[in-house]
Design a protein around this ligand. Structure first.
Ligand code: AMP
Ligand code: GLY
Length: 420
C-alpha cells in the first residue's frame, strides 16, 4: 500500500516509523515531513492549507490511505474534503474536530452530557467578561475559543492578570474572538488518555504524562512539550473505569447524537484529583511528544489498526502492548519557546548508536545539501524503552550528551514525578 502522512513533527516521524514496520506498507509519503521522515519515505513539499494540492498529489500517485497528524487540517475539514473524493482518511471530520477546535463546543457537550470538567461560563465580550470576573475566586483560567497552538490558555492569579488576558483575546491575539471560556482552576496532576475509534467501537491507546513547561521542575513558559513518559503513573483500573464511564462513553454518545462517526485518535487531557478524572480539554489527534513515546511500545501492526478504523472493523482487532516503560526527552533549539536560531547545522547524528529500544524522532529539521539543518524550536525527540523510567532517562541523556550539540538544550528531569 501507499500511505501519505500529513505533518512535519516528531509525532509524524513516529507515525511513519511505525507504519513502515507493517508488511502491507510499500511506500510512505510525508507531506511536508522533516529530515527524519525523509529517511523513511519521500518528503513532498505541499502546504497543509492547500487541500487541492494534497488531493491532486494523492490522486496522481494513487495513494491508498492518508493519515492526518496535526489538528489544524482536521479542524479545517481535510477529512471531509478527501472523503468526498473517495480517498481513505484516518482522522475525524470537521464537525467532530470541534472537540479541539472550539473550547465552548466541548464545554457545552460536557454540560449537556454530565462529563466532569471545571465549572465554567462562556462570555461574549470584554465588558461582560470583566463583570463576571468581579464575582469569581482566583486563581481562574481564561481560554480563547479557537485553535491557538497551545497558547490560548491563561492561568490568572488576580483581577489584573485576568483583565489583561481577556483584553488580549478580544483584541484578536488568536484571531477574531466572539467568545471566551472562563473556568474554575482545577488542582491535581495531569494525565493524557488516548483512545482510537472507528466510529462504532473504540480501544484504549495507552496513557502518558507530558511536561509542557520549558524549565526544570515544570517552571517557566508553556511549550509544545519538552518530554513525556508512558504509561502514566496515575493510571489504575478504578480510574480507567471512571474515565471510560464518565468521560469517553458520554462523549461517544454525544457524537452519535449529532450523527458523527469518529474515526481517529481522541486524546483526553485530564486533571486527576483523588483518583477522580476531570476533562481539561480534548484533542482530535495523537499528542506530541506522547505519540513518539507511546508508539514504540505497540506490538500489533499499526497500519492494520488504522485500516480497521477506516473500515469500521476495529472490533476485529486485538491491540497488544509491551509492558515496558517508555520515556522521551525533547532536544530544543536554545531560546525556544521564544526566538531561536534557525538554519544552523546539527551534525554527528549518524555517529550515535541506536540499539533496538532507542529512537530519535526528528521534529524541526530539514535536509539541505546533505546536511541536517534546524528549522524549528523542538528539534529532536530522544526515546528509550526499558524496564524503568530512570534507565530510559539515563540512556537518553547519555546520547544527548554524546551528540553534544552546542545550539541545543533539554530538560534533564523528565519524569521527575515518577522517578524518585
Ligand atoms: P490546554 O491548552 O487546554 O491544554 O491548557 C493548557 C494547560 O493549562 C493545561 O495543560 C493545564 O496545565 C492548564 N489548564 C487548563 N485548564 C485548566 C484548569 N481548569 N485548571 C488548571 N489548569 C488548567
Ligand atoms: N503534548 C501536548 C499536545 O500534543 O497537545
Amino acid at each position: 500500500m501507499k500511505i501519505a502522512i500529513l505533518g512535519s513533527g516528531g509525532r509524524e516521524h513516529a507515525l511513519a516509523n511505525q507504519i513502515k514496520k507493517s508488511k502491507k506498507t510499500d511506500k510512505i509519503y510525508c507531506i511536508p515531513g522533516n529530515a527524519g521522515t525523509g529517511a523513511i519515505g519521500e518528503n513532498i513539499n505541499i502546504n497543509l492549507d492547500d487541500f487541492n494540492g494534497i488531493y491532486n498529489f494523492v490522486n496522481e500517485r494513487q495513494i491508498d490511505l492518508v493519515v492526518v497528524g496535526p489538528e489544524k487540517p482536521l479542524v479545517e475539514g481535510i477529512s471531509d474534503f478527501l472523503k468526498e473524493k473517495k480517498i481513505k482518511v484516518f482522522g475525524p471530520s470537521k464537525k467532530a474536530s470541534q472537540f479541539e477546535g472550539s473550547k465552548t463546543f466541548t464545554k457545552n457537550i460536557c454540560k449537556q452530557y454530565g462529563i466532569p470538567t471545571a465549572k465554567f461560563e462562556i462570555l461574549k465580550n470584554l465588558e461582560q467578561s470583566i463583570e463576571y470576573l468581579k464575582k469569581v475566586e482566583f486563581p481562574i483560567v481564561i481560554k480563547a475559543d479557537g485553535l491557538a497552538a497551545g497558547k490560548g490558555v491563561y492561568i490568572c492569579k488576580d483581577m489584573r492578570n485576568a483583565s489583561e488576558a481577556v483584553e488580549e483575546i478580544f483584541n484578536g491575539k488568536f484571531g477574531k474572538a466572539e467568545k471566551i471560556v472562563i473556568e474554575e482552576f482545577l488542582e491535581g496532576e495531569e494525565m493524557s488518555f488516548f483512545i482510537i475509534s472507528d466510529g462504532k467501537t473504540f480501544k484504549k491507546f495507552n496513557t502518558a504524562q507530558d511536561h509542557k513547561r520549558v524549565g526544570v521542575g515544570d517552571t517557566g513558559k508553556n511549550t509544545g512539550g519538552m518530554g513525556a513518559y508512558t504509561p502514566s503513573g496515575l493510571i489504575n483500573q478504578e480510574l480507567e473505569n471512571k474515565i471510560i464511564n464518565k468521560i469517553i462513553n458520554p462523549t461517544l454518545k454525544a457524537l452519535n447524537d449529532i450523527n458523527e462517526e469518529y474515526i481517529g485518535f481522541l486524546y483526553a487531557g485530564l486533571m486527576i484529583k483523588d483518583n477522580e478524572p476531570y476533562l481539561i480539554e480534548y484533542n482530535v489527534r495523537m499528542g506530541d511528544p506522547e505519540c513518539q513515546t507511546i508508539l514504540p511500545l505497540l506490538k500489533s501492526d499499526f497500519l492494520e489498526i488504522i485500516l480497521a478504523c477506516c473500515d469500521g472493523k476495529l472490533d476485529e482487532i486485538d491491540i497488544q502492548w509491551s509492558d515496558k516503560k517508555s520515556l522521551c526527552v525533547v532536544l530544543c533549539s536554545k531560546g525556544y519557546p521564544d526566538t531561536y536560531e534557525k538554519n544552523i547545522e546539527i551534525s554527528g547524528l549518524d555517529k550515535l548508536n541506536l540499539e533496538n529500544d532507542s529512537f530519535i524522532f526528528h521534529a524541526g529539521t530539514t535536509i539541505k545539501n546533505d546536511k541536517t539543518i534546524v528549522n524549528g524550536g523542538r528539534v529532536l525527540n530522544f526515546v528509550s524503552i526499558s524496564d524503568n523510567y530512570l534507565t530510559s532517562r539515563n540512556t537518553i541523556i547519555d546520547k544527548i550528551e554524546k551528540l553534544n550539540w552546542s545550539g541545543g538544550f533539554y530538560r534533564s528531569d523528565i519524569g521527575f514525578k515518577i522517578i524518585k
